[in-house]
Design a binder for this molecule. Structure first.
Ligand code: IDP
Ligand code: MG
Length: 150
């Protein structure tokens, strides 16, 4: 089963949007595999965003991400990486369609309330970074599974 790393950023946590974001993944049919409220260090965030280290907004991004706790989650299911990104919306909320999380709840790229892995490889890297003790698998009740998957 494909997995992705979804994170509610500090602004999303402070604004009380954790439940809203969980709700959307649950109602879509995805399976929650891990969930934790965390206070990441600067070093941890720099590792998470290491591909963006050369960008002008990098320092501001790390500062924003350290402004409060985040909620990290692992979600699993069919095509969850790509579909999770679609549910989040575009990086710049002004380009995010209404109906997406960013398109419904945010305006500025530097306050876009949520993170989602951009590929299966980065999802596995991010899951290992944020949940280093591992993420145990569990089987969904067979009757529920049969109502979501054909
Ligand atoms: P993503 O979150 O949609 O994958 P990335 O390009 O990976 O977008 O950028 C990571 C995060 O960095 C964004 O979600 C956003 O918070 C921030 N960011 C990206 N581009 C800009 C920018 O041009 N100005 C300020 N912050 C930015
Ligand atoms: Mg990204």
């Amino acid at each position: 089963m494909e997995r992705t790393y979804i994170m509610v950023k500090p602004d999303g946590v402070q604004r009380g949007l954790v439940g809203e974001i969980i709700k959307r993944f649950e109602q879509r049919g995805y399976q929650l595999m891990a969930l934790e409220l965390m206070h990441p260090t600067q070093q941890h965030l720099e590792e998470h965003y290491k591909d963006l280290a050369g960008k002008g907004f990098f320092a501001g991004l790390i500062k924003y991400m350290q402004s409060g706790p985040v909620v990290g989650m692992v979600w699993a299911g069919k095509d969850v990486v790509k579909t999770g990104r679609a549910m989040l919306g575009a990086t710049n909320p002004l380009a995010s369609a209404p109906g997406t999380i960013r398109g419904d709840f945010s305006l500025d790229v530097g306050r876009n309330i949520c993170h989602g892995s951009d590929s299966v490889e980065s999802a596995e890297r991010e899951i290992a970074l944020w949940f280093p003790r591992g993420v145990p698998e569990y089987k969904r009740d067979i009757s529920v599974h049969g109502l979501i998957y054909e």
